[in-house]
Design a protein. Structure first.
Length: 459
């Protein structure tokens, strides 16, 4: 935070300073008392299970100041205490205030059902070939995280790439009002969080509300490979300038001649008369499209096509990790999260990678899919039958439907096994895997399938 004092925080939040010096400098925001640093403003959030107000005293032993919505008196000796009606709402107001101070820094906002983080990091990487670029840290993409992200931008940043994530109706309008993006990128419209948003049409509508607070001359990038986004301009009555990217030749920016190698992917990115060969250390058609989005955003922001493409050679993704040691089997660690679309994309990666041995898939439950969870898991089972996968391991009550569907539909060429826990599956794999084999591990984060990866790597 640049040149921010307690007085500024009071003005942004509409709060009341109960004690302490209003000229106290605030360096950063913190919502976790265990991570508090000197100069931090502690924002105690009231969560579903824990009210962080109970940690104010310990936080202020290191921190500079604190908000509170529960105390009317002076509780801490000399350090500033700011009374607000609601700490979560106050945090949003701080976000709005910080964006107002840096309104001249262009922001690219990234959202979508799948691929937000990967696309955001690719865009930031491509832009950094020619501009000082700031991007969302960690997973700070929610109503709590976005204000923290905005507070960490600086006036010397030439552009910022912010990730916006939602799970319920109306949340995108709140985030967009805070961020006021100059450009927006929508990656895909899938069924992640459909338990709360009910239909894919509503998910599309909610995601595209990202442009509601976009500047009048703003620019919208849409994934032309996504069926739900192809007709979004007319369906959602979008009036801003729109650029399509993907792997289809009708897109404004598209990839052709895609080739998968042992440790990288190559393709040619086309934009009008421009063509450039790109080398990417990631796999899958979806990641090629994500990379095209990055090159499109960079090009539209004045970063030369060639420079951005050259810089992408050094990109390393935060989500999909390819673990390969000479003389050992390869692991595709994609355990961060899962939805039907991302599950299919990961299966495609497994099948597209050159493989001299066998292909294994360890799949766990996909969560937050609502009343149609069984159907979505059965669909993955049918999808696997059309793919060249030798053995499938499923873990979890919902993932069991994958096995059931494969058995019912006839899985003569693919062996399918169900396991009760991660350790049991891992120990079976330790005994079975050979050096030329490739293993995909994929599930929602709540299934903790990363434990399997850890066991395999230490075996």
């Amino acid at each position: 935070m640049e040149n921010i004092t307690v007085k500024d925080i009071v003005e942004m939040t509409g709060g009341v300073l109960l004690c302490g010096d209003e000229n106290t400098a605030i360096i950063d925001l913190c919502i976790n008392s265990k991570e508090i640093k000197e100069g931090d403003l502690f924002v105690p959030i009231i969560g579903e299970k824990v009210d962080a107000h109970r940690f104010i005293e310990s936080a202020l032993e290191k921190g500079a100041a604190s908000l509170t919505s529960e105390h009317d008196g002076v509780v801490v000796a000399q350090k500033p205490y700011i009374r607000v009606d609601d700490t979560t709402e106050a945090l949003k107001r701080i976000g709005v205030g910080m964006r107002s101070r840096l309104i001249n820094v262009p922001i690219v906002a990234v959202t979508g059902s799948v691929g937000k983080t990967t696309t955001r990091t690719m865009i930031a990487h491509a832009l950094s070939a020619g501009k000082k670029t700031y991007q969302t840290e960690k997973n700070y993409n929610s109503q709590i995280g976005v204000p923290i992200t905005l507070s960490r931008m600086n006036s010397d940043d030439e552009i910022a790439v912010l990730e916006l994530g939602i799970s319920e109706d109306g949340q995108m309008d709140i985030l967009s009002d805070m961020v006021r993006p100059d450009m927006a990128v929508v990656t895909t419209i899938g069924v992640a969080h459909i338990e709360f948003m009910k239909t894919k049409e509503n998910i599309r509508h909610q995601k595209l509300s990202i442009i509601h607070s976009m500047k009048k001359d703003g620019l919208l990038f849409l994934n032309g490979d996504d069926d739900m986004l192809q007709d979004a301009v007319s369906t959602e009555h979008i009036k801003c300038r729109t650029i399509f990217y993907g792997t289809e030749p009708w897109c404004d920016y598209y990839a052709k001649d895609i080739a998968y190698h042992s440790d990288h992917t190559t393709f040619t990115c086309v934009h009008g008369a421009q063509q450039i060969v790109v080398t990417l250390k990631a796999f899958g058609k979806h990641n090629v499209a994500n990379c095209v989005a990055a090159l499109a955003v960079a090009n539209e922001n004045g970063v030369p096509f060639e420079a951005a493409a050259e810089h992408m050679k050094t990109y390393e993704g935060p989500r999909q990790k390819i673990i390969h040691d000479e003389g050992k089997y390869t692991i595709i660690d994609d355990t961060y999260n899962a939805s039907p679309d991302s599950m299919k994309a990961s299966i495609n990666v497994l099948c597209d990678m050159p493989c001299k041995g066998r292909r294994f898939a360890v799949l766990g439950d996909m969560l937050e899919l609502g009343e149609n969870s069984e159907a979505y898991h059965r669909d993955i089972g049918r999808y696997l039958l059309s793919k060249d996968v030798d053995e499938v391991y499923v873990i979890g009550e919902l993932a069991a439907y994958i096995k059931d569907e494969m058995k019912q539909s006839g899985s003569e060429n693919t062996k399918v096994y169900a396991f009760s826990d991660n350790e049991e599956a891992a120990m079976s794999l330790v005994a079975l895997l050979q050096p030329d084999d490739i293993l995909l591990v994929k599930a929602s984060n709540g299934m903790h399938l990363g434990e399997i990866v850890n066991i395999l790597m230490s075996s």
